[in-house]
Design a protein around this ligand. Structure first.
Ligand code: NAI
Length: 367
């Protein structure tokens, strides 16, 4: 096993929804004799169901993996006194690559988000969330093809909140020049590497003149270095309306953490929903792949979850490994199942269980 600082060139399906991530993304190189070592975090709710399904499909590609299983979330607190044991973080740092299921965060009270803490501790500053119209999935618009690049480490997700006086609280929105310039450069690099034409910076600098103003200034400055990519700006509320009326104007979108979280869920709704949208959290040394969706407590444990979002995240991982053939094989099998429309899960209007869907994908892979 050897680690390489730069991703190999990959061949992407013409219809791929799982582009390679970034020019400088950390990767591993593996062979059958020297497997890919991936930290695997099943997570909460539907997490273990969609992760197990994904592992089964990945192993059917014939590639060799060593899964370093780690556990985080509420269930490990009694044993470790924390929802995020150091061991989990250390193994991701060592392996450099993680595939993660969703982890629930208590609402209003309780421990801080394990997801946010993981992204911060691992320096995963960029969250790439591609969404593309899928063959066979009926949605209001055809040919949507949007990549949301979300800043992953700053903004209101600083988690710094305090009571000023009873009945008044303050939450700090942290925006830095370093963080904003870094994510803007990532978005433009991503656009260039993936043959994209446009980047739009999404903001609310008309109201948050200092914080969003700084973010926008950084985007403008970086944009001047990329004269081959068209640059524009859009206020976030108008952006949401434009997305649901004229989505074809969008290509790569770059934004702060909170807007990115919300807008990427909206964009996933344009192509079939949370069950089909994968993502990669990228830092200088590590990538953590995960679905955009959460732990879906309403369907957890029922065998009804759609594993496609984690599966597409894993296909992004394969592309970054340089395993284009395996990636295309999995992706094409999913497309075939969608087109056939006989084994779709409930979120896509079907009646299939996770098991039936996975069986159909495996059949189309010829596995
Ligand atoms: P959610 O994404 O878990 O669910 C929203 C809706 O989408 C639900 O109706 C659910 O059944 C459906 N859904 C989501 N994924 C699906 C799938 N794969 N197949 C079929 N249907 C699916 O969002 P919610 O309910 O707001 O959050 C639940 C928990 O997940 C919360 O504790 C939240 O903090 C956590 N969360 C974790 C994330 C992560 O680990 N990265 C991301 C988002 C939320």
């Amino acid at each position: 096993m050897s680690n390489s600082p730069s991703a190999p060139e990959t061949t992407t399906n013409a219809d791929s929804v799982t582009p390679a991530t970034a020019a400088d993304a950390p990767v591993q190189t593996g062979t059958a004799a020297s497997p890919y070592i991936v930290t695997l975090i099943p997570g909460d709710g539907i997490g273990p169901e969609v992760i197990d399904a994904t592992v089964e499909v990945l192993e059917a590609t014939g590639l060799s993996f060593t899964w370093d299983r780690q556990f985080a979330g509420a269930e490990v607190i009694p044993r470790f006194g924390t929802p995020l044991p150091d061991e989990v973080v250390n193994t991701i740092i060592k392996n450099r690559i993680a595939l993660k299921g969703p982890i629930a965060t208590p609402i209003g009270t309780g421990f801080s988000s394990v997801n946010v803490t993981l992204r911060k501790r691992l320096g995963l500053y960029a969250n790439v969330r591609p969404a593309r119209t899928l063959p066979g999935i009926v949605t209001p618009f055809k040919d949507v093809d949007i990549v949301v690049v979300r800043e992953n480490s700053e903004d209101l997700y600083s988690g710094i909140e305090h009571v000023v006086v009873p009945g008044v609280v303050e939450s700090l929105k942290i925006i830095t020049e370093t963080g904003s310039t870094r994510i803007a450069r990532f978005a433009f690099d991503y656009a260039r590497k993936n043959g994209r034409k446009k980047v739009v910076a999404v903001h609310k600098a008309n109201i948050m003149k200092l914080s969003d103003g700084l973010f926008l200034d950084c985007c403008k400055r970086v944009a001047r270095e990329y004269t081959d990519i068209e640059y524009s700006e859009m206020i976030v509320d108008n952006c949401c309306m434009q997305l649901v009326t004229k989505p074809h104007q969008f290509d790569v979108m770059v934004m702060e953490n909170l807007y990115g979280d919300i807008v990427s869920d909206l964009v996933s709704g344009l192509v079939g929903g949370l069950g089909v949208t994968g993502s990669a959290n990228i830092g200088p040394d590590t990538i953590m792949y995960e679905a955009v969706h959460g732990s879906a407590p309403d369907i957890a444990g029922k065998g009804l979850a759609n594993p496609t979002a984690v599966l597409f995240s894993a296909v992004m991982m394969l592309r970054n490994f340089g395993e284009a053939e395996a990636a295309n094989r999995v992706e094409n099998a999913v497309f075939a199942v969608f087109k056939e429309a006989k084994h779709l899960t409930g979120d896509l209007g079907g009646k299939a269980t996770t098991r039936e869907y996975v069986n159909a994908v495996l059949r189309h892979m010829g596995a």
